[in-house]
Design a protein around this ligand. Structure first.
Ligand code: GRF
Length: 199
C-alpha cells in the first residue's frame, strides 16, 4: 500500500512509519512526505530515508481554498491508499476531503473527544485528568471530530509537566500508529457513520 504522510514538525511519528515500512512484511511504503512549511525535521527525516518531499505553504496562495486545491493535487499525484497527518498542523478543506475523506488519518495526543486542538496534553494536565492518551481517527470537516480507529490510554503522573506528559503520550502514539496503519493496509476498512470496521 502507498502512504503519503503530512508533517509540520519533528516527524517522530513519520520516523516510526519509515522504520516499520523498511520491513516488506509491513505491507506499506511511505511514497511521499508533504509539509506546510520548510526547514522542519520531518522533511529531513524523509530525505534521509530517500522519500520524495513537497511543501505547500498557505502563504504562497491567494486563498485558503487555492492552497487546499494545490495540496490535494500534490498528494493525489502520489496515488496514496492512505494519507496520514502525523503532526500536520493545518486543517484541510473541502477539496482535500472530497478526494481523501475516507482515507485521511490523523493522530491526536489525547483521548478524544476530550481536549481537541493543538494543546491537548497541556489542556489535559491543566484539567487534572488522571488518564489521557492518543487517538487515531479518520479526518472529517471538524477539528479532531472524525470516526475513531483506535485509542491507547496513558497515565498522567503526579509530578508530570507538559513536556514529560507529551513525551509519554508520543511513545504510545507512535506504537499505535504503526500497528493500526499496518492493520488497515493489510485488512482494509469501511466507515459507516461514525463506525470504522476492519474485517
Ligand atoms: C503528535 O503527538 C501529534 O499528536 C501532535 O503533534 C505530535 C507530532 O509529533 N499533533 P511528531 O512531529 O510526529 O514528532
Amino acid at each position: 500500500a502507498r502512504l503519503v504522510v503530512l508533517v509540520s514538525g519533528s516527524g517522530s511519528n513519520l520516523q516510526a512509519l519509515l522504520d516499520a515500512a523498511a520491513d516488506p512484511a509491513y505491507g506499506a511504503q511511505v511514497v511521499a512526505v508533504g509539509a506546510d512549511r520548510d526547514g522542519i525535521a520531518g522533511l529531513d527525516r524523509a530525505e534521509a530515508a530517500g522519500v520524495p518531499t513537497f511543501v505547500e505553504r498557505v502563504g504562497d496562495h491567494e486563498t485558503r481554498e487555492d492552497w487546499d486545491r494545490a495540496l490535494t493535487a500534490h498528494v493525489a499525484k502520489h496515488q496514496p491508499d492512505l494519507v496520514i497527518s502525523a503532526g500536520f498542523l493545518k486543517l484541510v478543506g473541502e477539496h482535500f476531503l472530497t478526494a481523501f475523506g475516507d482515507r485521511y488519518l490523523n493522530t491526536h495526543n489525547t483521548l478524544l473527544p476530550a481536549f481537541p486542538g493543538i494543546h491537548g496534553p497541556r489542556d489535559a494536565l491543566a484539567y487534572g485528568v488522571k488518564l489521557t492518551g492518543a487517538t487515531l481517527f479518520f479526518v472529517d470537516a471538524g477539528m479532531d471530530t472524525g470516526p475513531i480507529v483506535a485509542q491507547v490510554a496513558v497515565p498522567v503522573l503526579d509530578d508530570d509537566d507538559v513536556d514529560a506528559l507529551t513525551e509519554r503520550i508520543k511513545e504510545a502514539e507512535r506504537r499505535q500508529l504503526v500497528e493500526q496503519v499496518g492493520r488497515l493496509v493489510r485488512e482494509g476498512w469501511t466507515i459507516t457513520g461514525r463506525k470504522v470496521t476492519v474485517p
